[in-house]
Design a protein around this ligand. Structure first.
Ligand code: KG4
Ligand code: ZN
Length: 394
């Protein structure tokens, strides 16, 4: 099979991204235009603004990705685009542009699930690192993938079939996603948006054992009604086998209560105002505006999140007797999470793979990589396919 160059386009949330990837294994270019500055004053992503920013950025970002790859619209073999899940208006910008390109250039169009993209970010990096030690090992199945991002905390058993990859969901968050909890807690502490990277950088400056949080209790039935959800770690549905669900709205409420009972409101507000006038606060700016109690709280929160993610993921890995672990999505960029998973998985003799940090958060290289097996299987999208905000991964 000769080389296949796929142009990937991603616009599901607050990043407009385009990339060219060769045959699912070589990253030729990877351009990501972040909208952080647009959404920062609102403390979170504003969907209408996101769509507008995607409209503005999509053409230059794609042009730049092609130019950096030394490719032209004509020289790529296919166009891949995120179909969902994500913000409907944002997804539509990428999809409409990808469709127009595919139609005008008479190239195949490939629709990719964003979550599948995150899983393929790991595979892309494993192939890119083939020469290094870890890449020399054959990938052992079954693979358990934890996709942990701003919108998802999902566990999938991933398998490679002749016609591409299949995924079985064995766990998801019942309420907030882990990244969402990072973002909400950062907001509660006056640290701005997006919260994950800030809490990541501040945590080593606090005492992670200072505040204890009760373990997440999953008592309420699954909103999606797929199983009864009796136990915390594994609930056994009638026909579906063990489930490993997460819940992060409780810890957010616990932090809110802590802030209130420790009279931190006024200092949070002072910090929020002080940081809001600094255009790109650096670590020293954050530290200058954080007292010890805030740093301890942030570090303790991060420790609790990491431990919960680890505990549930390892419980699932043991129950399903998996041979390999993937951890991917924006929260997989977290330093403490990476170190903890590496250390604890090694103790269990379980190889764990992360994407490189730039490929952990949203990007289009992962979309182009996930599209390659679909290209080989001629699994092309019809021109009338549309955005699916709640698209499930199977
Ligand atoms: O995968 P992603 O870029 O977008 C979604 O698909 O949601 O993930 C974004 C999420 C945000 O909630 C952000 O706060 C979180 O990932 N995040 C982090 C870190 N970097 C990004 N969370 C913890 N530590 C980080 N270093
Ligand atoms: Zn994502």
């Amino acid at each position: 099979m000769s080389d296949v160059f796929i142009l990937g386009i991603e616009s599901s949330c607050d990043e407009t991204a385009a990339a060219v990837v060769r045959s699912g294994e070589q990253l030729i270019s990877n351009v990501v235009a972040s909208q952080i500055a647009t959404h920062q004053p609102y403390g979170g992503v504003v969907p209408e603004l996101a769509s507008r920013e995607h409209l503005r950025a999509i053409v230059p970002v794609v042009r730049q990705a092609l130019a950096e790859a030394k490719h032209t619209y004509d020289s790529v073999d296919a166009i891949a685009v995120t179909q969902g899940p994500g913000l409907a208006g944002s997804l539509l910008v990428g999809i409409s542009y990808a469709k127009a390109l595919a139609f005008a250039l008479d190239k195949p169009l490939i629709a990719v699930n964003h979550l599948e993209g995150h899983i393929h970010a790991v595979l892309l990096d494993i192939r890119r690192n083939k020469d290094r030690q870890q890449g020399n090992r054959e990938l052992q199945f079954p693979v358990l993938a934890l996709v942990v991002s701003g919108g998802h905390t999902h566990l999938y058993l991933a398998a490679q079939q002749a016609q591409g990859w299949t995924y079985e969901n064995i766990g998801h968050t019942r309420d907030d996603a882990a990244g969402e909890a990072f973002d909400k807690v950062a907001k509660l502490l006056g640290l701005g948006y997006p919260g994950g990277p800030v809490i990541d950088r501040l945590s080593p400056h606090g005492d992670a054992t200072a505040v204890k949080f009760p373990p997440a209790q999953i008592k309420h039935p699954d909103r999606r009604g797929r199983h009864d959800g009796r136990a915390v770690e594994a609930s056994v549905g009638a026909a579906q086998g063990p489930r490993f669900d997460f819940s992060y709205s409780g810890i957010k409420t616990a932090i809110l209560r802590y802030v209130e009972t420790h009279d931190m409101r006024a200092s949070v507000e002072t910090r929020r105002k002080a940081l809001a006038v600094i255009s790109k606060p650096n670590l020293d700016d954050y530290l200058a505006h954080c007292d010890k109690r805030t740093l301890d709280l942030a570090a303790s929160f991060q420790r609790a999140m990491v431990e919960d993610l680890l505990e549930k993921t390892l419980a699932a890995a043991r129950a399903c007797d998996v041979a390999t672990l993937f951890v991917t999505g924006g929260v997989a960029a977290n330093q403490e999470l990476r170190q903890t998973f590496e250390r604890e998985a090694a103790q269990e003799g379980l190889p764990v793979y992360f994407p490189s940090r730039p490929l952990s958060t949203d990007n289009a290289a992962m979309i182009a990589a996930a599209a390659y097996p679909k290209f080989l299987a001629k699994d092309f999208a019809a021109m009338d396919f549309s955005a699916e905000a709640g698209l499930a991964l199977r």
